[in-house]
Design a protein around this ligand. Structure first.
Ligand SMILES: [Zn+2]
Ligand SMILES: [Zn+2]
Length: 71
């Protein structure tokens, strides 16, 4: 079962599901944009896969599973 991770696996900075600029590999290892670009060079250190920008969770999905919203 795949869950959306809310943390960079490299620097542990917080990556809420509705935040732009998180990167994932095909195995859903999750990294912040800083690590993906500057540290990892868009290459996943866990599995060697390419890191791509994670689609943000918006609209219906976000209403059903808000990511730390204040409402
Ligand atoms: Zn990071
Ligand atoms: Zn990976």
């Amino acid at each position: 079962m795949l869950t959306m991770k809310a943390q960079c696996e490299h620097c542990s900075s917080s990556l809420p599901a509705d935040l732009d600029g998180a990167f994932i590999c095909s195995f859903e290892c999750t990294f912040c944009a800083n690590c993906a670009e500057d540290v990892l060079g868009y290459r996943c250190p866990n599995c060697g896969g390419v890191l791509v920008e994670r689609p943000t969770r918006v609209g219906d999905a976000l209403r059903r599973a808000p990511a730390g919203g204040a409402m």
